[in-house]
Design a protein around this ligand. Sequence first.
Ligand code: ADP
Ligand code: ADP
Length: 234
Amino acid sequence: MIELQHITQEYDTADGKDKFFACKDVNVSIKPGEIFGIIGRSGAGKSTLVRCINLLNRPTSGTVIVDGKDLTKMSDEELRKERRQIGMIFQHFNLLSSRTVFDNVALPLELAGVSKADIRKKVEPLLELVGLTEHANKYPSQLSGGQKQRVGIARALSSDPKILLSDEATSALDPETTQATLQLLKKINQELGLTIVMITHEMDVVKQICHRVVVMNKGQVIEEGSVLDVFRDP
Ligand code: ADP
Ligand code: ADP
């Protein structure tokens, strides 16, 4: 489903005098229907790698294959289409404060030129799925953290993606809300069949819902396997 091959990302150091590798020759293969975890310390290169999957980040070198198609070879136009297959959620939700819950979820559809009637048909069941129907007309500032993340999830699902990328989606949430959010992600994986790639630094999160994981350190994958293998007590 997702093949990251020899992904290398070079950046200039802060003083601009040197270069360093945020990712160095990383190879990762993610199967359809998997909940795949990427763990590691801050600065390990997790975000950089995950942002290569939708080319939010264009790697310095390497190949990104999604559903058999090489995204790194695509024109901007083709890439725009492929990106609709890949939803993303974020630690700080990235909602627009001037838009209601409904209008935040509707935004990707509006940008894609979907009609008002079709937007309504799409957004209402999504709000139902994430449990926000009664909050449709509220603004983000009127919501709790868990509710904001559920808006983010509904928005990410609005273009019927096959893949959901999650960058520390539960890191800003309290333990109880984290649980509710994980249950929702599990449901999305099981009932909608989405492949989920999630970055986290929370081991409990990984143990609970990931099928396989990689551990990153200093831009490289240092361990890979099933959750049981990676977390087996020595
Ligand atoms: P993680 O997600 O594991 O915390 P990141 O992928 O965000 O790690 O970052 C890896 C390294 O690359 C860090 O040292 C970070 O400061 C650096 N980095 C990330 N994005 C950029 C950028 N756009 N320009 C320069 N350095 C960057
Ligand atoms: P908060 O940040 O307000 O704690 P939560 O995400 O914990 O938000 O959810 C608040 C309530 O909504 C909880 O009782 C939770 O069980 C419920 N809830 C969470 N997700 C869903 C969902 N997908 N559908 C219906 N109810 C949900």
